[in-house]
Design a protein around this ligand. Structure first.
Ligand SMILES: *Cc1c(COP(=O)(O)O)cnc(C)c1O
Length: 497
């Protein structure tokens, strides 16, 4: 069986899963995909009888076929151990008539830990093999808030690797900012950028395509790679919690093995919900994947009309990790729904780059709509949802989760069990959550809001967020978009020389 990955925009060059992880993005600007995903289904009965770590081994072993069983096992052990505040890693809890999949029990209190505790382990293995030639790897990543800290936490101290994080200045929460600015480690670099997240992400993509910079770095034995959700090594770990949450529902007696389940996913870059689609291809009984958007509702329009149009105002919302106009991972979904027609995908992406929009053929849209539903919630709906979920169900949720819950409440029940993905601890966004509960926040610091939220609800903030109170700010660099490349090169020089 072919076990290679190739670009969404061309099938000529095959790479192993290790190479795909080391490179991040394909040389032609496309994303790495595999045609064989789904030829082999996972054993659902086995998965229903085992825990998160075992399922992670099964999922990763299937999606990353050129890692050995031992390599995968040691990566799983390192990524999903005591740094999680519950042995289950991603527990499922009741949410009224539905279920909440809590993805925020990792070291940075956001769902990105599921992937970013694993990716550095996979990269560490890959760089030591024939594919990696022991090169030094500088991770460069753009973040709308949560990825940055999760990448810093995952890569800090990892041998032979460095990490550089860019975030849009003033567009992340107080706590998110402190989480990044206080990051320790000799191999980390953090810089704020004057602009929005799309500016950061577009410039990072340009840096990856800068051949002259690549040559200069190669002379020092270093290469750039990505930790953004386009990396196969981030996508694959996220498939685990779709299977594992299903297993939890079966064990709780909420569904019979084989019953279909609907998942509602607060969506930005389309990585999380795409992992749900991979799970479906791998044999998970999925009824619908509901793509929930905030006011940046480019995906709602796309999934409704077939036209993706990024030429619209960028809205700053209270769910900042979803403030995205170009959802990179959507390209992978298009690839599969265009039946692997790379030319078509390349021409759609060309339209996006030159005209700012593209339209998929009607039959492609129809097939997409069989799997993906969608909905949007603006900030007012999000705040109302936080309050009603707390007052009505006694469950405290963050603004991203509230977007999903609001969208889910608007979808008619079809008899399938429904899981709402919860992507961040409410304490990462204490001020907005507190305000949504009707409490005053005027003039209060992030920490005062955390204390007030705790007092109001009787819940406890994650220990690593409380600890930020006494942490020292170590990173205060700010730059214009044009200077990001130079910042990366100086970080490489400092970390690797
Ligand atoms: C990143 C993030 C999302 C969006 O996930 P995508 O994979 O980009 O769609 C949602 N909520 C939170 C809290 C996040 O950090």
């Amino acid at each position: 069986m072919n076990s290679f990955y190739h670009s969404t925009r061309g099938k000529s060059e095959n790479v192993t899963s290790k190479q795909a992880i080391l490179r991040g993005i394909a040389p032609d600007g496309g994303l790495y995909v595999a045609d064989w995903v789904g030829e082999h289904k996972l054993d659902l009965a086995k998965i229903c009888a085992q825990g998160f770590q075992e399922t992670a081994r099964d999922v990763l072993g299937t999606l990353l076929p050129n890692f050995t069983e031992d390599e995968i096992a040691s990566c799983v052990e390192a990524a999903y151990g005591a740094q999680w505040d519950t042995p289950a890693c991603c527990p499922v809890t009741p949410l009224g008539d539905d279920w909440l999949l809590e993805l925020y029990h990792g070291p940075t209190s956001a769902f990105k830990d599921v992937a970013l505790q694993m990716l550095p382990q996979l990269m560490g293995v890959a760089r030591r093999g024939a594919e990696g030639e022991d090169k030094k790897i500088m991770i460069v990543t753009a973040t709308s808030g949560d990825t940055g800290k999760a990448a810093l936490e995952g890569f800090a101290g990892v041998d032979g690797c460095g990490v550089t994080v860019f975030y849009p200045e003033g567009k992340v929460s107080d706590i998110q900012h402190l989480q990044m600015a206080t990051q320790k480690g000799d191999n980390v670099a953090v810089c704020a950028v004057r602009g929005n997240f799309d500016d950061c992400q577009t410039e990072v993509k340009r840096i990856f395509a800068d051949h002259e910079m690549a040559e200069r770095l190669a002379r020092e034995g270093a290469v750039l790679s990505s930790a953004n959700s386009i990396n196969v090594g981030r996508l694959a770990p996220q498939v685990t919690y779709y299977f594992d949450s299903y297993a939890q529902l079966v064990r709780a007696g909420a569904v019979e093995q084989g019953d279909e389940v609907t998942f509602c996913v607060p969506t930005g870059n389309f990585g999380d919900v795409l992992a749900g689609y991979y799970a479906k291809r791998l044999g998970l009984p999925v009824r619908k994947l509901i793509v929930a958007s905030n006011e940046n509702d480019v995906l709602t329009d796309f999934l409704t009309t077939g036209t993706y149009d990024r030429m619209r105002p960028f809205n700053k919302t209270i769910s900042p990790s979803m403030d995205i106009l170009v959802s990179s991972n959507l390209e992978r979904m298009l690839y599969y729904f265009c039946d692997g027609d790379c030319e078509l995908v390349a021409s759609l992406m060309g339209d996006l780059a030159t005209k700012g929009s593209y339209t998929v053929p009607a039959e492609v849209l129809a097939r997409i709509q069989e799997v993906f539903a969608c909905g949007r919630a603006d900030d007012d709906a999000t705040r109302a949802q936080i309050r009603s979920t707390w007052e009505g169900l006694g469950v405290l949720i963050d603004p991203h989760t509230a977007v999903a819950k609001s969208v889910l409440d608007g979808v008619e029940r079809d008899g399938s069990a429904r899981v709402c993905l919860s992507t961040a601890s409410p304490y990462k966004f204490s001020a907005d959550v507190l305000a949504a509960l009707g409490e005053p926040t005027e003039g209060m610091s992030g920490f005062e809001c955390m204390d007030a939220l705790s007092a109001k609800t009787g819940t406890v903030a994650p220990a690593q967020l409380s600890a930020l109170r006494d942490a020292k700010v170590l990173h205060d660099a700010v730059c214009d978009r044009q200077k990001m490349g130079a910042f990366v090169e100086s970080a490489c020089a400092r970390v690797f020389l």
